[in-house]
Ligand binder design. Sequence first.
Ligand SMILES: Cc1cc2nc3c(=O)[nH]c(=O)nc-3n(C[C@H](O)[C@H](O)[C@H](O)COP(=O)(O)OP(=O)(O)OC[C@H]3O[C@@H](n4cnc5c(N)ncnc54)[C@H](O)[C@@H]3O)c2cc1C
Length: 659
Amino acid sequence: MSLSLSLSLSLSLSLSLSLSLSQAMVVMVSSRDVRERLDVLDRNLKPRIAGLSMMVLIGGDRYWIEHRHTLWAVCFCLHDSHQVLTLMVAFYAGRFSWYNPEVVTQSWSPTMKSPDVDVIVVGGGFAGMYALYRLRGEGLSVRVLEAGSNVGGTWYWNRYPGARCDVPSLEYSFGFSRELEREWDWPEVFSAQTDILAYANHVADKFDLRRDMVFNTRVNSVVYDEADNLWHVSAENGHEYSSRYCVMATGCLSVPNKPDLPGADFFEGRVLHTGLWPKEEVDLSGQRVGIIGTGSSGVQAIPELARMSDHLTVFQRTPVYTIPANRNRMRAEVQDEFRDNYEKIRKMQKNSFGGVSGFQPVKSRRSKTPPMPDPRFAEGILQLSPEERVELVNEKTFGALLAFRDVYTDAEANEAANEAYRGGVRKLVNNPEVADKLCPTTYGLGCKRQVLDRDFYATFNRNNVTLIDLADDPIVSIRPTGVETSEGLHELDVLIYATGFDAMTGALLLAGIQGRDGRTLNDKWEDGPVAYLGLQMAGFPNLFTITGPGSPSVLCNMLVAIEQHVDWITDCIGHCRMHHVTTIEPRPESEVDWVAHVNEVAQGTMYTAPTCNSWYLGANIEGKPRIFMPYVGGFARYRHRCEEIVANDYEGFDLRRVS
Ligand SMILES: Cc1cc2nc3c(=O)[nH]c(=O)nc-3n(C[C@H](O)[C@H](O)[C@H](O)COP(=O)(O)OP(=O)(O)OC[C@H]3O[C@@H](n4cnc5c(N)ncnc54)[C@H](O)[C@@H]3O)c2cc1C
């Protein structure tokens, strides 16, 4: 037996006698950097590990012992460190935590392989970026794999003219760094895509995120290896990684949906999708442009496209309810007042229904007279006569209709609001036939995510814009020179799809996720997504989803939803490491109960009205199971439930330890 081996064994024996030893840590080091490693570990890890009393370092080039604060560090010079380590762990099963210099890995047994990194995060939008920031801050090694060539997710891909946020930017911003809040200036109240993307890049620079991000890497396989308790993640470009935990930050709206139209491949002009807009400028001057879809992206793009092109043909599948967006520039006084109150505002967001604080600036208000609550909103909309409703819309725009609570829950009140809306459209659009086509009649306000616009209806008064209502005049086929509808050919140079996304589940189902016993996520979700809290799925241990189905996600200010999920996941991984938990996953009955709860809460709202066919239900994708995906119960209620579950020792989850 070598000297070093006997040293380790004698230390092992003495440790076994020391019953007061609560926890020791084993670290593998290379021969040169023992002291550096100890410095880093002592600084970064020690405060996080309760009861740690000894750090054992293996692999240095000399025998060495040192006392730091309350911690003893012992270094062995070993040549066959794996063998000794195996022996030591066998002696102290459950007593040691295993730390590798590059990789901090808690859930380790002698026979298990070490992963490349602790956590792989798939997706480099706001969710992936914040996940990297938090997990790295906990001393974990992280790799973010992103299909795009840079950060930003939604705001990287959706560069179409008119793309912008429908949540005020002072609210649609990260709340985890006071410094970030202080230094970033938003030019407009509701920011354009370019400004949000600039913000994402600023966050990446400030927190040096890109050094752990791998771009141009589209993940197509995420496979669980039960024997080694590892996730093997590989990408289309051949990159392969393994990790103990995997976080899917692939986004709710990141897989553009393109309807399968006959002849689509034969179109000889340029084809674009709003969700995959090119980085370089698209010159549409002198072009005949067609756009299919009048959802959120279409509504934003149409006024801009009409201004940029020679002629615009709008192919409308379903008329939209849209309200005018706030177009104000950001005033420095308002921004300052937000900054001064951010602590309070972030708390208000967390306790709100939709992740928006509703903070009312007082000091920066232009008018010093506080606004009086309008008594017309106090009672339900049915208390007003049809004329009074139209008057209200004329005075306060369409947004006023959404201020009545009963519009969301009572079918009669909803129809009253819908009728008032249609009255408003007829006033805005000069041609009565066109106005009629633009009026939604088959579903009600509040069924879909509220769309905001700038000049949408006024655009149809331009003489270079034609509206084709596909309900009356459907597409027969795409021809090499344009779109043929039942009434004839519409010749085009450019065809734009504004046809939305395979929402919420699309990116997860494309990632090739395979859990225990080789069962795929696609198989598990054949009849619709089943997940616990939208965070995890049974059969997929240590795999987390950010803003997954069953969480408030798209019904919320998503930055608030993302931060809450990332914080929860980071704390959960921390808990597992600290308590020697090898795997965490929900119990099958917990996720079934949660899905039932999500559906129960959605019942009776306009979201699930029989007339409502929204992407929340998967209704925009042919063959997709119709199931209501986001949690309608409100962000605050959801967050409380998540916290309660943790307080009850991860109620509903199955936590396993290596024996
Ligand atoms: C046009 C538009 C406007 C929006 N406006 C608002 C708004 O006003 N307010 C609001 O709250 N939300 C809005 N959203 C929702 C928006 O998606 C979120 O606010 C937020 O940006 C989501 O961040 P994320 O990181 O979760 O997802 P994303 O930003 O979608 O990022 C996911 C990333 O994962 C990558 N990815 C996916 N699959 C893979 C894979 N297999 N391998 C590698 N990488 C992969 C994608 O390339 C993408 O970059 C909007 C969405 C769109 C499309």
